[in-house]
Design a protein around this ligand. Structure first.
Ligand SMILES: [Zn+2]
Length: 317
């Protein structure tokens, strides 16, 4: 049953990419704006007694059509076999996470030397379009035991029309199942931005769950020969690992932060400034974490690591 939906998703995506990918702006965003206008119009009409029943009916029909389309285009993919079932069993110990954090800190330091900087010495990606092409290439090289999805090279990754709203709400990117477009916030610091592209492209490939999109994004970025994409991915991985450690060993995390290279420290400062400028609302919306010192955000029970960390440790085994 689920595989039927997976095949349907492939066909739907192919058609939608054909229809919308060549249009330079996000058609999905325009669709959302139109939907908003229609809903607003019918809601206003609800206030008038004469047209109330008819308007209410139209609102319900509109919501139902959208919900139904969303479910068959996208919602069913949440029922796919989880990636964790394809990876070996292992215990996710603090020790393993620390070792991985040290490994990725070293990788970050090395790769950081190869990336472009702006005048302030902050990492600034040279060419976003080239990175997108590289991401689509890497989609073809994913290990087959993890993904057997067909990657096409049609680029339908676009800047969102709502970038201001995104910066203030902490949304880095999103996938639009109605048009098969992937949107990103073009205002983001490069350190966030490139991995966000990889993450959203993973949704486009057909991975619905957030942390699985992170993991596929990780596989895309970590093996890239493009140092900028690799750095953004290694940096995301390092931050996720440190976040999983801080509840158990704060000293280890503080030491790691001290051991950032000068370039990495500038990137971190810039990320924090970006967040502060946007009122600090940029929270842990997509597991992109800058809340290294917000212990209140602890997850349930004794488990402090995310599903992404679970996948990462198993994969690294
Ligand atoms: Zn996502």
């Amino acid at each position: 049953m689920i595989s039927a939906f997976e095949s349907f998703f492939e066909i739907q995506k192919k058609i939608h990419k054909l229809l919308f990918s060549w249009i330079p702006f996000s058609v999905g965003d325009v669709l959302y704006i139109l939907l908003g206008i229609f809903l607003f119009y019918f809601i206003i009409k609800c206030f008038k007694k004469k047209s109330r029943n008819e308007s209410l009916l139209k609102i319900l029909i509109l919501i139902n059509i959208f919900y139904f389309t969303y479910q068959i285009f996208w919602g069913m993919l949440y029922f796919q076999k989880p990636i964790i079932a394809k990876l070996p069993e292992t215990e996710i110990t603090l020790e393993k996470r620390k070792n991985l954090a040290l490994k990725y800190l070293e990788k970050c330091k090395q790769t950081r030397l190869l990336v472009n900087e702006n005048q302030q010495g902050v990492f600034n990606a040279l060419n976003i379009k080239n990175i997108q092409v590289e991401i689509l290439n890497q989609q073809n090289k994913l290990p087959s035991f993890i993904s057997d999805k067909k990657a096409d090279k049609v680029n339908s990754i676009k800047p969102s029309l709502f970038k201001n709203v995104m910066s203030f709400t902490g949304i880095l990117g999103y996938y639009n199942p109605f048009t098969a477009e992937a949107q990103y916030n073009a205002e983001l610091p490069s350190s966030y931005l490139l991995f966000t592209l990889a993450h959203e492209s993973s949704h486009q490939l057909g991975f619905a769950r957030e942390q699985e999109a992170n993991f596929i994004g990780y596989l895309i970025g970590i093996n890239s020969s493009n140092p900028e994409l690799r750095y953004s991915t290694e940096y995301f991985t390092l931050k996720s690992l440190l976040n999983s450690i801080i509840y158990e060993d704060e000293n280890f995390v503080n030491n790691a932060l001290k051991n950032y290279s000068a370039g990495m420290k500038r990137d971190r400062t810039y990320e924090r400034e970006f967040i502060l400028q946007h009122q600090g609302w940029l929270n842990d919306f997509f597991g992109f974490t800058n809340n290294l010192f917000l212990k209140s955000n602890q997850q349930e029970g004794s488990v402090t690591y995310s599903y992404f960390i679970d996948l990462l440790v198993r994969y690294e085994k």
